[in-house]
Each structure stands twice: as structure tokens, then as C-alpha cells.
Design a protein around this ligand. Structure first.
Ligand SMILES: Cc1cc2nc3c(=O)[nH]c(=O)nc-3n(C[C@H](O)[C@H](O)[C@H](O)COP(=O)(O)OP(=O)(O)OC[C@H]3O[C@@H](n4cnc5c(N)ncnc54)[C@H](O)[C@@H]3O)c2cc1C
Length: 302
């Protein structure tokens, strides 16, 4: 069981940093606590006592939401459920609602935050491949000031980030992708409450006729230590006419990213299948001309 002696809920960054300074070495930051509670349960020495829990979820800066035509800014305490409830956000970040649908269950989704998903830095974290594909930049604030860095530099490895002890992740800023069709594919050991063995986020933009791929954004996670943007595949697809042949070539390209020690062949097989299914689904949502995606192709993968 997780116990604490004090549970603090600062309502400003200044209060949070004061609490962090006052309890240095004795506190842990939480937002939704959906990673912290299972972590404590796995503390095999028995009960886990953290003297001070500092819950940052109510701080206004961590609950910001700005959606422009080109950029999105979201506070770190944004709950995953938000991507299902907020139509403007779903339009700007089209893969995220698909990610949110498969994220945990209703209860966890309402608590779990994007900041917690990022800082926990699990290779299986579902939000990270979506945000990597949006070129997300993280904003880190301490009492001494603010710094920003690309998410792909912030995530150093499984469970490791560039967050300093006295810092909070306050917000992410990323590209808005309105007009793109989105999809998200993941698989785990079971059908519900799945922790991903592999997951992929897709955003696809087509020309007005729904035949030519103008641009794609693809993020991969679960099969490598940190999430990866599939830039090589994106470059290959740019300007190509949608066809089974083009999608099949693209699906073969990222198989070398599978670095997991276990079930490599299985992960390669599902990666290829997910590439096909994710691209087809995102292209359909982007308004693909039906003849460009033959029915037998859809039947095989979607
Ligand atoms: C049943 C269940 C199902 C789940 N399913 C999924 C799933 O489908 N996909 C998935 O990706 N994850 C899943 N998770 C994991 C978890 O819900 C997510 O990783 C979630 O996004 C974590 O957010 P949180 O706010 O709850 O994190 P917390 O537990 O509050 O924090 C996690 C870590 O981040 C740190 N932290 C949090 N916010 C900040 C901040 N602003 N600044 C600095 N440090 C911070 C904390 O100190 C802690 O180390 C699941 C968990 C459970 C229990």
C-alpha cells in the first residue's frame, strides 16, 4: 500500500516550488497518480511510504489549452479523456482520440495525464509516439527559470528523462495537424487495459482528390527504448499516389526498429500489419478516394 504523511495540493507554481524546496529528498510529485499507485504496489519490500506527495494537477499553468492553426499548447495535467471530449483538440491532433479510446478504462483515462505519461517514460507509453509525430517540445520550469527541449531529447531511455529534481513539466507545445486523418494501433498481452507491446500513431493528409499523399506523420513505440518518428517512411510516402504497392513498401521499411529482446518475429509481424492498417485507416479518415484503397486491401488489414 502507498501511504504518505502529507498530501499537498499547491494551486500555483510558486507554491509547488516552495513545497518542493521545503521537503527536498522527501517528496514525490504526482498528477493523476495512475503510474505511481501501481509503482508503489510493485515495491516488493512491502508498503511504500512517501513522506510528502505533491499533487500538481490543479496548478493553472498545467491545465492550459491553446489551439491555433499551426501550434497547440497543452498543460501537462491535461487528462487523456480530454482528447475524446474536446472536438477542437481532436481536429488539431487527429491520432490522439484514437489513442485515448484504447487507453486504460474510463476511470483511469479521466485521471491519467499527458505529463505523467511523458515523465514516466515507459517504452510502452501510448501518448509519446503521438506527440513525437507532432514534433512536441516540452516546457520544464523550476524556481530558477524555464527551459524547453524537443520531446525526443527529453526521453533518454526506459524510465529515464532529462527532468531535473527541482523541475516540473508544465506544458507541451506541438504542431497542429488540422485536415489530417488520424489512427492509432496497439497490441498487448490482453484485449482490455492493454500495456502496449507495440504501438503506432498515424496522421495522413491527402490532396483534394483523395489520391495523392501530401504528408504523413508516424510515431512508433513499444519495440524500441524510446519512441521514434518514422521520418524515412514519411519521406518515402510524400507525393506518392495511394496504392496497395506503395503502402506495402512503406510497411516493410521500419521493421529494423524492433529492438525488443523478446518476441522479435512476432513484433515485426504486427508492426508490418499495423503499418498497413494504420495507413489505410488514417487515409480513409483523411478522405481517400474509395478506388484508391481497393476493398480486398481493406479486407486484408482493417
Ligand atoms: C489500469 C491501468 C491502465 C493503464 N493503461 C495505459 C494505457 O493504455 N496506455 C498508457 O500509455 N498508459 C497506461 N497506464 C499508465 C498511466 O495511466 C499513464 O502513464 C498516465 O498517463 C500517467 O499519468 P499520471 O498523471 O497518472 O501519472 P502519475 O502517476 O501522477 O506520475 C507519473 C510520473 O510522472 C511524474 N510526473 C507527473 N506529472 C509531472 C509533472 N507535471 N512534472 C514532473 N513530473 C511529473 C511523477 O512524479 C511520476 O514519476 C495505465 C495505468 C493503469 C493503472
Amino acid at each position: 500500500m502507498l501511504t504518505c504523511d502529507e498530501y499537498l495540493t499547491p494551486i500555483s507554481l510558486a507554491d509547488a516550488f516552495a513545497a518542493m524546496a521545503a521537503h527536498r529528498g522527501r517528496y514525490r510529485v504526482i498528477a493523476g497518480a495512475t503510474d505511481t499507485l501501481p509503482w508503489a504496489r510493485e515495491g516488493r519490500a512491502g508498503d511504500v511510504n512517501i513522506p510528502v506527495l505533491i499533487d500538481v494537477a490543479k496548478i493553472p499553468e498545467l491545465n492550459e489549452r491553446q489551439i491555433g492553426d499551426r501550434r497547440v499548447r497543452l498543460g501537462a495535467a491535461t487528462a487523456i479523456q480530454r482528447f475524446l471530449d474536446d472536438a477542437a483538440l481532436a481536429r488539431a491532433m487527429p491520432a490522439l482520440p484514437r489513442c485515448a479510446v484504447w487507453f486504460a478504462d474510463d476511470q483511469i483515462r479521466a485521471q491519467a495525464t499527458i505529463g505523467g505519461n511523458i515523465v514516466n517514460a515507459s517504452p510502452a507509453a501510448d501518448v509519446n509516439p503521438c506527440l513525437i509525430a507532432h514534433e512536441a517540445v516540452v516546457e520544464l520550469v523550476s524556481a530558477a527559470g524555464t527551459r524547453s527541449m524537443p520531446l525526443h531529447d527529453f526521453l533518454l531511455g526506459p524510465g529515464k528523462t532529462a527532468l531535473q529534481e527541482d523541475e516540473l513539466l508544465t506544458a507541451i507545445e506541438c504542431d497542429a495537424l488540422p485536415g489530417y486523418g488520424g489512427s492509432f494501433e496497439k497490441v498487448g498481452h490482453r484485449r482490455s487495459l492493454v500495456i502496449s507491446l507495440a504501438c503506432l500513431a498515424f496522421s495522413v493528409r491527402l490532396d483534394v482528390d483523395g489520391r495523392v499523399i501530401e504528408n504523413t506523420r508516424i510515431g512508433l513505440a513499444g519495440v524500441c527504448p524510446v519512441p521514434t518518428r518514422l521520418r524515412e517512411v514519411e519521406t518515402f510516402l510524400r507525393g506518392k499516389t495511394l496504392s496497395a504497392d506503395v503502402l506495402e513498401q512503406a510497411a516493410d521499411m521500419p521493421l529494423h526498429f524492433v529492438q525488443s529482446r523478446s518476441r522479435q518475429e512476432y513484433r515485426r509481424d504486427i508492426l508490418r500489419g499495423f503499418m498497413m492498417r494504420g495507413l489505410i485507416t488514417a487515409a480513409k479518415r483523411a478522405g481517400a478516394d474509395p478506388p484508391a484503397l481497393p476493398q480486398d486491401l481493406e479486407a486484408a488489414y482493417v
